[in-house]
Design a protein around this ligand. Structure first.
Ligand code: SF4
Length: 365
């Protein structure tokens, strides 16, 4: 995987006492650091060009997060929700997938930033987790960033993982398309940390997942964390339909289950390509040659474009058949899909988000 190297690190003065600042200094000795009073005004004067999303990924900000860290995953209206919580310790991502929804979601606030107030993050999570000890929390850190791509520089996961590994009512998921796992290997996840990879065949990675780890690199990293005691998750998402997709996806699954022990897999999720008319406009500007712009999609009630329903059902059924052959008992769920699609694929749909969420609580030790 290509090493990320920011052109500049811009640090709020108030973040200089943070352990993340010290980690960045140590990991990026040759990169210029600049200090500012306030991230927002420094960002406003950064003079990024109008098509700034790609440029924004080249400078790294370190700033205090002023809002809440722990939130319920917003899900998607009318779709079955898996009762997931998110912690946002960074915003935006150094990699650059053509279909990335952050291009639309962060269009007005695209700067790549890491939050320095780790103590506040842990204090807030601790207050919530203690108050609701009877509730099981599946918490992800990869909603508006990649959980591990910046880890070699920020050391963020090393700062927070020991706390979450001690909590009886949590499963923490680190979701990534990187292979940046070196710094996890000497930590003890105590059965409470899942490292989840978003997976696609190498052909899709080459075409649309720019600057990410290759399929083989992702699998080798998965193997290493599995051997170090972590649980694994795989997200075959977004599934992309193209002539010959079956051959590529089947081969990817065979390679996956030949590399890792499926009994260490906490879950597998499946989801087809989803975008919006607005995201498609951005993709046309930034990635005009992407094949993803040519497939037929329909507008769903939640405002997202997806392949038409019979094709989605067919893709899910084929994927599940191939997965079940290699990993007969692994937990499989659909991400952001309707009750009708769940019914057609599995013969049932969870009655409510709590039901699906509860199925994951049985995974804790
Ligand atoms: S790895 Fe994830 S967050 Fe990063 S660009 Fe790709 S889709 Fe977006």
């Amino acid at each position: 995987m290509q090493n990320f190297r920011p052109e500049e690190v811009i640090v709020e003065h108030s973040s200089k006492a943070s352990p993340i600042y010290k980690n960045l200094r140590r990991a990026l000795p040759d990169v210029p650091f600049r200090f500012v009073d306030d991230y927002a005004s420094a960002n406003a004067s950064a003079n990024l060009p109008s098509n700034s999303f790609g440029s924004a990924k080249k400078k790294l900000f370190l700033a205090k997060h002023k809002g809440e860290f722990l939130k319920k995953c917003p899900g998607s209206e009318g779709q079955v929700c898996c009762n997931y919580f998110v912690i946002n310790f960074a915003s935006n991502c150094p990699m650059d997938c053509s279909y990335c929804y952050l291009q639309e979601y962060l269009a007005d606030n695209a700067s790549l930033k890491v939050f320095s107030n780790v103590d506040d993050l842990i204090d807030e999570a601790d207050a919530t987790l203690r108050k609701h000890r009877g509730v099981f929390f599946r918490i992800g850190t990869g909603e508006i960033t990649d959980s591990l791509a910046l880890e070699p520089y920020t050391g963020m996961v090393r700062e927070i993982l020991p706390y979450f590994a001690e909590q009886p009512n949590v499963l923490l998921e680190l979701k990534t398309k990187s292979d940046c796992v070196d710094d996890l290997l000497d930590l003890d996840p105590k059965g409470r940390v899942v490292v989840g990879w978003s997976m696609n065949p190498q052909r899709v990675i080459d075409a649309d997942e720019h600057a990410t780890a290759s399929l083989t690199e992702r699998l080798n990293a998965a193997r290493r964390v599995q051997d170090a005691g972590y649980r694994l998750g795989f997200h075959f998402d977004p599934l992309i339909e193209y002539p010959g997709w079956e051959t590529d996806y089947h081969a990817m699954l065979e390679q996956t289950f030949a590399t890792i022990d499926w009994r260490k897999l906490s879950w597998v999720s499946l989801g087809v390509l989803r975008d919006t008319p607005g995201l498609k406009r951005t993709m046309r500007q930034r990635f005009p040659r992407s094949q993803l712009l040519t497939g037929e999609q329909v507008l769903c009630p939640d405002g997202k474009l997806r392949y038409y329903q019979p094709l989605r059902v067919e893709m899910y059924r084929k994927m599940i058949g191939w997965i079940r052959r290699a990993a007969p008992l692994v937990k499989i769920y659909l991400c952001m899909e309707s009750h009708e699609v769940w019914q057609q694929v599995f013969g049932y749909a969870p009655s409510c988000e709590k039901e699906l969420g509860n199925q994951f609580s049985s995974l804790t030790i």
